[in-house]
Design a protein around this ligand. Structure first.
Ligand SMILES: Cc1cc2nc3c(=O)[nH]c(=O)nc-3n(C[C@H](O)[C@H](O)[C@H](O)COP(=O)(O)OP(=O)(O)OC[C@H]3O[C@@H](n4cnc5c(N)ncnc54)[C@H](O)[C@@H]3O)c2cc1C
Ligand SMILES: *[C@@H]1O[C@H](CO)[C@@H](O)[C@H](O)[C@H]1NC(C)=O
Ligand SMILES: *[C@@H]1O[C@H](CO)[C@@H](O)[C@H](O)[C@H]1NC(C)=O
Ligand SMILES: *[C@@H]1O[C@H](CO)[C@@H](O)[C@H](O)[C@H]1NC(C)=O
Length: 551
């Protein structure tokens, strides 16, 4: 009896999973890469060095592949280590950890078709690659690759608005500041990053919290369709009606399914780009404790009263004084009048600074940019828990206890930041068949999800391990507090995760299995797992089994 019912249960489970992804793998096991390159106008035979590389792998393979790309697309499309353009590219990442990485060459495709050739050539030569959009991922190898080919999208910067102004089609070389500037004259915007130079590519494939997310959801939940270069070099469309499984997977599944060469984004009305926002700065222990409560109350107010409002809370210490910086923003001018902010009237002391004012989206993202300089060593490291003011207070205690151990670190700025996936944000995740983040349970329980992040910048490589160890201890303590208070949530937000974290695993066993089934169909050879090894892969953290906090 027991046996047969559990067998039925298992069958039902597996049937559920396998039913989700329909269709045979899109590639035959003996797929001929050289022939596919030929179909894309690239004759392997014309590059005599390439022929012996086919189906093999060698140290020189990447150099030869780079040379073939250079011959085929012209010298301007490939930067080699001896060129000044290479040095300025490698030096232009937000995080110095990524600038430590040196590819064989940088390839700058000028058309989506050239991205297809890159993928196939990488397969032919077995030369690994990485793709860089805005270059704001914090850790080495996320959008850079030692000895391989780093693809720069700097020549794929199109922004096209549909005639009815409902959809903006945005190529992956864009940063959000450029996209907002292009759309402003048409009185529309899209759901994207809150800082000018963040890339469309990384933010959108990982989720994407915007200024307007309680009204519209995450960036990934506002993508109408993706044009994707698949493992076999085809450009395929993923939308609610075409390849819906791939569409689902791309809405938070990262770089595991293909290279997105065009994001078709639903627009939002934003007349004149006008909005409101700015920061309130509070000092001292009593203010920090009160800020934890006010944050929690505001998340509730936003859900019940005013979806136009949004906020983050960032905390640090300077010269022994604790500081809380509360960023408040609003989807229209004069947002200060919103009832969402009521809890901040009860703070024990007045703010020492207040920069809240009418703004334009472009101006605001540019100002936020000023406080995030390029070229320092950077850590983003995060977790989530179900909405709880007590866990924020526990997190503050853990953070301020532990960061004392980093007093000797030169150029250090450690920050504890808290943001909310409010109930309206969670509700928008149900759009278009849902996303793989695995947050339906929180939504059903009526609990917002708080995304907490330990961020730090510092100067010297020699301090890396100390910073990782402290951040790992802080997160381990916050995780324990969230469990103890009945507020545990497995989910790790990809865009704030460290290289030690298994993000896809954090989406839950069922979502992970479905994501793997999608990959098995669209990338049966595992090209985006093996030849694009950086960032959050389906089965592992970027640096697995590190011993540091993972999730
Ligand atoms: C100062 C700062 C502010 C930030 N603000 C926000 C914010 O407001 N909201 C938010 O949600 N996050 C924010 N983030 C986090 C941000 O979303 C991530 O760092 C994100 O990875 C950056 O995207 P990028 O394109 O700049 O990064 P990149 O380093 O270029 O790319 C990151 C990853 O995305 C993949 N990728 C890039 N383009 C493509 C593509 N076309 N197809 C497939 N995969 C691709 C790459 O493989 C790479 O692994 C911020 C980060 C920083 C440093
Ligand atoms: C590579 O392998 C494929 C499939 O096994 C084969 O058809 C092709 O001829 C090989 N290419 C070369 C250049 O050896
Ligand atoms: C912290 O102290 C240093 C040295 O006394 C001083 O130069 C700096 O301005 C102080 N910073 C702040 C924010 O008070
Ligand atoms: C903010 O903008 C609105 C709309 O443009 C305007 O009516 C209001 O006076 C502005 N407020 C301030 C403080 O400038």
């Amino acid at each position: 009896m027991l046996r047969s019912s559990s067998t039925r249960l298992l069958l039902a489970l597996f049937a559920g999973i396998s039913n989700v992804v329909t269709g045979a793998p899109l590639e035959h096991p003996d797929f001929d890469v050289a022939a596919a390159l030929h179909d894309h106008g690239f004759q392997v035979e014309q590059y005599s060095d390439l022929v012996p590389l086919a189906n093999t792998s060698s140290n020189r393979a990447c150099e030869i592949a780079c040379g073939a790309l250079e011959q085929h697309y012209g010298a301007d499309s490939v930067d080699r280590p001896t060129e000044a353009a290479y040095a300025s590219f490698v030096g232009a990442y937000w995080s110095a950890l990524q600038s430590d990485v040196h590819p064989s060459c940088v390839f700058k495709p000028a058309a989506p078709e050239a991205v297809s050739v890159l993928v196939l050539l990488s397969r032919l030569a077995q030369c690994p690659f990485a793709v860089k959009s805005g270059g704001h991922a914090a850790f080495a190898g996320a959008s850079s690759i030692d000895g391989g080919i780093t693809v720069s999208f700097q020549n794929l910067r199109g922004v096209a608005l549909s005639a009815d102004k409902k959809v903006a089609s945005v190529q992956p070389g864009n940063t959000w500041g450029a996209v907002y500037a292009a759309l402003e004259k048409d009185d529309v915007a899209v759901i994207g990053g809150r800082m000018r130079d963040i890339g469309v590519g990384g933010l959108t494939t990982g989720g994407g919290i915007s200024f307007f997310s309680s009204l519209y959801g995450l960036a990934c939940d506002n993508v109408v369709a993706y044009d994707v270069v698949s493992a076999r070099g085809d450009i395929i469309t993923a939308s609610n009606t075409e390849n819906p499984d791939l569409y689902w997977a791309l809405r938070g599944g990262g770089n595991n399914f293909g290279i997105v060469v065009n994001f078709h984004l639903e627009t939002i009305p934003l007349p004149g780009g006008k909005m409101w926002g700015g920061g309130l700065l509070y000092q001292g222990d009593a203010s920090l404790k009160a800020a934890a409560k006010a944050f929690h109350a505001t998340v509730d107010n936003i859900a019940r009263q005013d979806h136009r409002a949004g906020m983050w809370l960032a905390m640090t210490a300077q010269n022994g004084t604790k500081i809380a910086s509360v960023e408040q923003y609003y989807a229209e001018p004069d947002g200060g009048a919103s009832p969402a902010w009521a809890a901040w009237d009860d703070m024990p002391a007045a703010p020492v600074a207040d920069t809240r004012q009418n703004r334009t989206l472009v101006g605001y993202t540019t100002e936020v940019q000023q406080s995030n300089p390029d070229g320092l060593r950077e850590l983003y490291y995060g977790l989530s828990f179900l909405g709880s003011a007590e866990v924020i207070a526990d997190a503050q205690a853990a953070f301020f206890d532990e960061i004392g151990a980093l007093d000797h670190v030169a150029g250090l700025l450690p920050v504890l930041a808290c943001q909310a996936f409010t109930l309206p944000i969670l509700a928008k995740m149900r759009r278009n068949g849902g996303n793989p983040l695995g947050l339906e349970g929180a939504a059903a329980a009526g609990r917002p999800v708080y995304v907490m992040q330990v961020a730090a910048w510092w100067r010297d490589r020699g301090d890396d391990a100390a910073v990782y160890a402290v951040a790992s201890r802080v997160l381990t303590r916050i995780k324990a507090a969230s469990v103890a208070r009945g507020a545990a949530s497995d989910y790790v937000y990809m865009n704030y995760a460290s290289m030690f974290q298994d993000v896809i695993g954090s989406y839950g066993a069922e979502n992970k299995a479905r994501l793997k089934a999608v990959a098995a169909r669209f990338d049966p050879a595992g090209v985006f797992q093996k030849l694009q090894p950086g960032y959050f892969k389906l089965d592992r953290a970027p640096v697995p089994d590190s011993g540091y906090f993972s999730r």
